[in-house]
Design a protein. Sequence first.
Length: 320
Amino acid sequence: MKVLDKTISQLTIPTPFAVGDTHVYLLKGETLSLVDAGVKTKEAWDALKMQFKELGYAPGDIEQIILTHHHPDHIGLIEQFPRAENIVAHKNVNPWLTRDEAFFSYYEEFFKDFFNKCGVPSKYSAVLNKLRAPLNYAGQGQVTKVIDEGDILPGHEDWQVIETKGHAQSHLSFFRDSDGAFIGGDHLLHHITPNPLLEPPQQVTQDRPRPMLQYRTNLNKCLSLGIKTVFPGHGDVFSDIDALLPVQMEKQEKRANNVYKLLVEKTQTPFELCKQIFPKQYEKQLDLTISETIGQLDYLEDQGVVGKMLKDGVYYYYAE
């Protein structure tokens, strides 16, 4: 637990995930708000209650929950705050909180079809049965106040909403112009680069999102804001954003260049590339590694240096 200034405190909560601890933020203003809500485990709840007590508060004091995005380590404990009348978030968070069955079925069908188009062999189809597993760590509820780019946080008129899609199609961050403070969720992290994750389009008739391109666009947006201090969802608070973000973007470009070199050698499917890029991880983390592979291909395609063709229902990428 860290008191960062007179209006914001950081509370740190354990998770069962590889990413490690996650941070939530107690935000004072006209409304006492909690930004993000950790993961749904007893260990997380006990840690949160203890830190509330150290700050002189109790869970029943929280009047509003604000969410940066829908991932389980950020929405887990939303049901534990009896006075929180509002859950404030991007509209794309709501299907995850309400357990929208039609949405989940659509989500699973999208990935079944997309994995086929990526050339993923049928023996790996079991990973598709695990798409709902993280929901065991997620809370249930309903978004009562929808926010998006340019809005002001309800109850906190000095905080502006910044759309930061890429890591998630629901991702928002919050910026305070008066001192350059930035609550960044998983968009800006110092020790790792967030994985831009594939998600289906909100409507069947739309093209799928290109999360790597969104992520890079929003990194550049952040460079233009005048951010002084980042309060992240994981890892240390940091202030060297102007130096860090160009380095992170350059590293991503180098990873994409490695993919390009593989395509110069021969035309390949996304799955074939994924196996070469992530030889030790792809079988256990196929959803994440395919997301990363497609992200690099989207970037290279956007740069005009690779193309793709659909043959027998499978995408093949080639160097231009």
